[in-house]
Design a protein around this ligand. Structure first.
Ligand code: ADP
Ligand code: ZN
Length: 730
């Protein structure tokens, strides 16, 4: 007879943060049916532990035997849109769903107590002043009719009895909800937005139309440096704020963008949530709750801000979309730019990718009609672009790392009390051999990337395929005998500047001496106030900053970036030089840029000299097509790691054999395996291989099979890392 009674339990499908590619079934009591939904967070038993899982579905199966029961339902559920995004990431990046969800959520969410505040609410209905008694009750009712909601701490004039009387009469109620920041009421005065230039206005209009209509769209906003892209974002967000739709703004590194944050704060006050890495888990969770409760118009942060839980989203901006820091290099190796596009898609929003130097991928997509292309060709107020000169250092004496042209240009700036930025490239850890006569670097015959010089073994090695050879005595291009390792130490560069310009105030900014926001802000403040004459620095000084008094930018060793063993080295160099040049001449004076190189004819330098992105793109895409590198084909990197070199090498061969066995046709290729350019990290030996194919499905299948083959043979002795769309090939 009991068969006909309703079952007291139902089955829920739960994603658990463990490294297996599956989800788990649990039982939940019937009475929880209405409080559980896709996205609910629950505490469940897992092995001998209790873990936080996320409900991802309600399977139709009725096989309940052996299933465990959920322990309790936690707070802070995720929206179904975010679960959809997590599913996409799990599938695209071949990563467990439970771990993908954990990547989206700040640690303290679902565990810490929600910060709630008390309010007195006017209840709807006709309130007649005759229903209240005495002047105090009348005063309170009038206040409520005027304000609808009053925070508890503003009720100090009224006694508990007065408040209770109104509640008892059904005119008011006491509620507790997520704290609403109060500073918004009148204290904050927004700055006045400037009148837009015509190209800016057109961009704002086009983005605004789709965003307001809730139509998914991806826009590549290609504006030269100083063309007012940020102002475009600000206008779009302001227009959306009135419609109740939120916006996300992703920036490459939050610590590097105090100026940008300042501009958002001046425009939107406390309706901005800043998600920076200095927040504790707790603070981050509080910001997420403010966003989830619809209390902010815009969330700004580095890549993980792409998961900011806006219930209704109108816009996702990826500023400086070409930046590599958008790719996470551990755990779930997602690219925030690509996730931003999918987030916009799932929430019918507009994704704006902004850059002066778009990634090849994005420009390629725009050319193919997948993204809408919006150019801004002019700088604000039609300020001229800086003048770029290239100095061939091969022809100079080897005494100094600074050419006479650069030295005299710096001296002129010192005389006029203007500022100079000197850009260094310090990523020269794996040296390459460069010819002092012709400036060419020795390359792999089949991969067209630089060969890396391994000093201890005295061999040149390719890190894409397994090609290697002893270092030649003469240059294979010109026959010269001046082959030498490339790269100058930062210290030497700094010492020489100090010696050349003894009276000048020199400062250095790189990731070693400016860790943390304070050090950074302090240094940038000094530059802004004109206390520094010459600022030396790596990549980071090229980024996004507005230095009105900087009129000269010098790239000291452009060749280092050009010759990294990476198929993107020309693209990265073009971006770096163009962005650095964009720092010069933002004020009234025309900027000047001097690039020192042994390769004056290199296309990435030639085109950055004329600010010609499309010219660069044409040459670069031809090279990518010829070798089948992205964006022409897709790419997955497979890396194997082990404490023992022999085991790592053996596992790499196992993966290779399985892939070769399955490889069909010419459009899919395997490069490697080869030792990674950094062959040993924290005691682990690394080997890597690259899979290239126009078809994502093919790559996926091969990568999964390779991983399985290694796991079957080596178990836990080897770690296999699958990196979809890798950026870091070191
Ligand atoms: P980008 O992000 O393209 O480098 P910004 O938005 O930072 O450019 O603009 C560069 C400078 O020009 C900023 O100081 C900004 O305040 C100013 N600016 C932007 N748009 C306008 C405008 N329409 N009128 C006047 N000044 C503007
Ligand atoms: Zn090679």
């Amino acid at each position: 007879m009991s068969e006909h009674l309703p079952m007291p339990f139902f089955i829920v499908d739960i994603a658990i943060p463990v490294s297996v590619l599956k989800t788990f079934h649990y039982l939940a009591p019937e009475e929880l049916k209405s409080s559980l939904a896709v996205g609910s967070r629950v505490l469940v038993p897992f092995g001998s532990r209790r873990v936080t899982g996320t409900v991802v579905g309600f399977p139709a199966t009725s096989a309940q035997e052996g299933l465990k029961k959920i322990i309790e339902v936690l707070g802070d559920p995720l929206s179904p849109d975010l679960i959809k995004l997590a599913r996409w990431m799990a599938d695209y990046y071949l990563h467990p769903l439970g771990l993908s969800i954990e990547t989206m959520v700040p640690g303290a969410l679902g565990t810490a107590k929600v910060k709630k505040k008390r309010y007195l609410n006017l209840l709807s209905g006709d309130h007649d002043l005759t229903m209240v008694r005495g002047p105090k009750q009348t005063e309170l009712l009038l206040l409520l009719c005027d304000r609808q909601v009053v925070p508890w701490e503003e009720l100090g004039d009224f006694s508990a009895a007065t408040i209770k009387a109104l509640c008892d009469k059904g005119a008011a109620e006491i509620v507790e909800k997520v704290a609403e920041e109060t500073a918004g009421s009148g204290e904050f005065v927004a700055d006045r937005p400037p009148t837009l230039m015509s190209e800016q206005e057109e961009a704002v209009r086009l983005i605004g139309v789709s965003a307001a209509a809730g139509t998914f769209d991806v826009v590549l906003l290609h504006g030269v440096t100083g063309s007012g892209k940020t102002e475009v974002y600000l206008h779009c967000i302001a227009a959306l704020a009135g419609t109740g739709k939120g916006a996300i703004v992703l920036v490459p590194e939050i610590a590097l963008t105090p100026q940008l944050l300042g501009r958002f704060r001046k425009r939107f006050g406390n309706r901005v949530a800043v998600l920076h890495s200095g927040l504790t888990d707790r603070e981050r969770a509080d910001e997420y709750r403010r966003i989830g409760a619809g209390l902010v118009d815009v969330a700004i942060g580095a890549r993980s801000a792409v998961f900011a839980p806006f219930p209704s989203l109108g816009l996702v901006v990826v500023d400086e979309e070409h930046e590599n820091s958008y790719k996470q290099d551990e755990g779930l190796r997602y690219h925030a730019r690509d996730v931003a596009v999918m987030r916009a898609k799932f929430q019918n929003a507009v994704c704006v990718l902004g850059s002066a130097t778009p990634s090849l991928e994005s420009f390629y997509n725009a050319r193919a009609g997948k993204y809408r292309y919006l150019p801004i060709a002019n700088r604000v107020d039609h300020r001229p672009m800086p003048v770029v000169e290239i100095v061939d250092v091969k022809t100079l004496s080897k005494q100094s790392i600074y050419s006479p042209a650069l030295i005299s240009a710096v001296q002129q700036r010192l005389d006029k009390k203007e500022q100079t930025l000197l850009l260094l490239n310090r990523r020269g850890f794996s040296s390459v051999l460069i010819c002092g006569d012709c400036g060419k670097v020795i390359q792999c015959p089949s991969c067209s990337v630089s060969l890396t010089f391994h000093k201890s073994e005295r061999r040149l090695k390719c890190h894409y395929c397994d090609f290697h050879m002893p270092p030649p005595a003469t240059c294979p291009v010109c026959g010269g005998i001046n082959l030498k390792p490339l790269g100058t130490g930062t210290q030497k560069v700094e010492e020489e500047v100090a010696a050349l310009f003894p009276g000048a105030a020199v400062a250095r900014m790189d990731s070693d001496n400016t860790r943390g926001r304070d050090a950074h802000d302090r240094l940038l403040g000094q530059v802004d106030r004109g206390e520094i004459d010459i600022l030396l620095g790596t990549q980071m000084i090229a980024k996004g900053h507005d230095f009105p008094a900087v009129t000269l930018v010098g790239a000291v060793d452009a060749d280092v970036g050009l010759n990294l063993p990476d198929f993107r080295s020309a693209e990265k160099t073009f971006q770096l030089i163009t962005q650095a040049a964009g720092r010069a001449g933002r004020g009234a004076v025309v900027g000047e840029v001097i690039i020192q190189t042994m390769n004056p004819g290199h296309y990435s330098l030639r085109h950055s000299m004329t600010h010609d992105y499309e010219g660069f793109y044409r040459e670069e895409i031809a090279y990518r097509s010829e070798l089948g590198y992205p964006p022409v084909r897709r790419i997955i990197k497979i890396e194997v790691k082990s404490g023992q070199e022999k085991i790592a090498a053996g596992a790499a061969m196992t993966a290779r054999d399985r892939i070769r066995h399955l490889l069909k046709g010419k459009e899919t290729a395997l490069l490697g395996p080869a030792p990674s350019p950094i062959a040993k990290v924290r005691g682990k030996h690394r080997f890597q291989m690259l899979l290239l194919s126009p078809k994502r499905e093919t790559l996926r299948m091969l990568a999964l099979e390779a991983r399985k083959a290694v796991e079957e043979k080596y178990g836990r002795k080897v770690q296999v890392i699958v990196d979809v769309d890798p950026v870091n090939l070191m």
